[in-house]
Design a protein around this ligand. Sequence first.
Ligand SMILES: Cc1ncc(COP(=O)(O)O)c(C=O)c1O
Length: 310
Amino acid sequence: MRQAEQADPGWQVFLNGTFVPEAEAKVSIFDQGFLYGDGVYDTSCAWNGYIFKLDAHLDRLFRSMHAVRLEIPYSREAIRSAHIETVARNKLREAYIKCVVTRGQKAQLGLDPRGRTPTVVIFARPYVRLVTPDRQDSGIRAKISSVRRIPLEALDPRIKSLDYLNLVMAKFDAIDAGMDEAILLDTDGYVSEGPGYNIFIVSQGRLITAPEGVLMGITRETTIEIAAEKGIAVEQRRFSPFELYTADEAFFSTTAGGIVPIVEVDGRRVGDGRTGPVTRAVDARYMEMLTNGEHGTPVLSNLAPAKVTA
Ligand SMILES: Cc1ncc(COP(=O)(O)O)c(C=O)c1O
């Protein structure tokens, strides 16, 4: 391992109920999450010392766990506190926070999900962007992948499961084509989402986004709220690649990157090929919410003083 890749002994990780230095945060190779992708996760973020929409992220995490019959020996309140403490212990104002819950392990190998002790991990790192800041501003070029999004009859994308191979394969398509990002269609040929993003188009002053068959993104939800504030109509309905190609604007929404303009798809310019006014307005308001603590859980005032300095 190169020096730069070595674990920083300063990072603290929540692992099964206790905080440990990252170097000691080890999970067994027999963990079902590692062996079979049998687990769920959620990614949230902190800006300016506030965790944005923490409760919405926890609701989604607990819904994912419920849907896949994963029960953990910690209350929602304990997991909530652990999120706050993870950010505080790592002294981060801007953070990328990930909570991973797997089926865990037991002595006997095999797919039988019963009788295992779940693994629960929460870690935080300086905020990670899926897209570099220059791209974020000028917009990205996307390719519609030949890989279709897993349909909800097979594995409902509302479950934020650890199984991301479907999205990773689509990402390869984009990389091979020299594009920045992939867009997946559903099995009926309508636009679904990207690897880590929801998608919106702007057409005749309205926002359009897929109604189902996608992760219910927290940034998606926030975009819809921002649109309501600004009097912009939102249609949650299926839309085709044709509507994407001919839209006035298009953008991705994600916790790990915010509002990301899409200026080209499959060699077609979207709108005038530049970040459009609706995208800019949504982005500006979203960034304002993140940084001014709206919907934010303050990290420091939620901690006992002893823990702040721990
Ligand atoms: C498949 C997928 N869609 C959409 C999103 C965006 O969701 P959010 O806005 O909650 O980050 C993500 C985020 O990880 C994702 O993995």
